[in-house]
Design a protein around this ligand. Structure first.
Ligand SMILES: O=C(O)CCC(=O)C(=O)O
Length: 293
């Protein structure tokens, strides 16, 4: 068992099959390098000004990070957060267990030369529940420049998602680096052991990790504050729903109700899309895509 690589013409079925089997998979060249350059340029000022504020044992001493209001700083990253490939894969892994899923967190991570390897870990340990066969979240690491073993490409332990109990520490010695070109993405389960690699190169390695969690879990970041309504209004309905601007479920089972009666909204009531039920798909265009039209 190892990390499988697919090109962007692969079928959803084959990619999801590998993800389920190995716990992680790379899909190559999903977006144009030009878009990636724009995203990184938009993130640059924030990475440079405060990227080192989160340093520590886990985050590293030579790693720039920004995890707050990423979409406000880098609006072009919207095309990555609700990329059709992400939606297709998340639909398969998460929708069997919820009516909709949401963005958990967004983190730009630039590993500078000389950084050592991050401790391997699983992302879903922030939720104190486990249920065999149900993934709580998935992660998508976008390569904002080429990832290699030498520059700190994300290390993943294929098969480690099968160790469903968190007290069952898997053998993590058989990690592999995700080696991928700028614009490619590593998809991994919330239960898959992974971590940033050591950067033994002379140039930084930059990536953007977005996580997606079951819609009835609390999101890791509070996106109503991270991306307030007036900013979110500039994004499409699917992304707004992913950020949490919609309710989960329907009828009496709805979670996250909003009935539009806050006095602050009387002047400028939110448009109807705020309350769209996302379900499998959010827009008529999405529905056509899903139907293969
Ligand atoms: O930078 C990477 O490749 C992974 C980082 C990561 O997993 C984390 O910081 O939680």
């Amino acid at each position: 068992m190892g990390l499988a690589y697919f090109d962007n013409a692969a079928t959803t079925e084959s990619v999801v099959g590998s993800l389920r089997r190995d716990g992680a998979v790379v899909v190559k060249d999903l977006v144009e390098p030009g878009l990636i350059d724009t995203v990184l340029a938009e993130l640059r000022p924030r990475l440079d000004s405060s990227g080192l504020k989160t340093t520590g044992d886990f985050n590293g001493e030579r790693t720039l990070r920004t995890s707050t209001s990423v979409l406000c700083k880098a609006p072009s990253a919207a095309a990555l957060v609700d990329h059709d490939w992400v939606i297709r894969i998340a639909n398969e892994i998460l929708l069997p267990h919820c009516a909709m899923y949401q963005v958990g967190s967004m983190s730009a991570i630039e590993i500078l030369p000389g950084e050592s390897a991050q401790a391997l870990h699983r992302d879903d340990s922030l939720y104190p529940i486990e249920s065999a066969g149900m993934e709580l979240q998935i992660g998508v690491m976008w390569a904002l420049n080429d990832f290699t073993e030498e520059n700190g490409g994300t290390r993943v332990v294929p098969g480690s998602h099968r160790y469903i109990r968190s007290w069952h520490l898997p053998d993590v010695s058989n990690w592999e680096s995700a080696v991928m070109s700028k614009g490619s993405a590593l998809f991994y389960m919330g239960s898959t052991w992974h971590g940033g690699g050591a950067n033994q190169n002379d140039a930084p390695r930059a990536g953007l990790i977005n996580t997606y969690s079951l819609g009835w879990l609390r999101q890791e970041s509070n996106h109503y504050l991270e991306v307030p309504p007036e900013i979110a209004a500039g994004f499409g309905p699917r992304l707004r729903a992913l950020l949490g601007y919609t309710a989960h479920g329907s009828g009496d089972d709805k979670i996250g109700n909003y009935r539009g009666e806050c006095p602050a909204w009387v002047e400028t009531p939110p448009e109807p899309a705020w309350r769209d039920d996302r379900g499998q798909v959010a827009t008529p265009e999405d529905a056509k895509l899903q139907a293969g039209d």
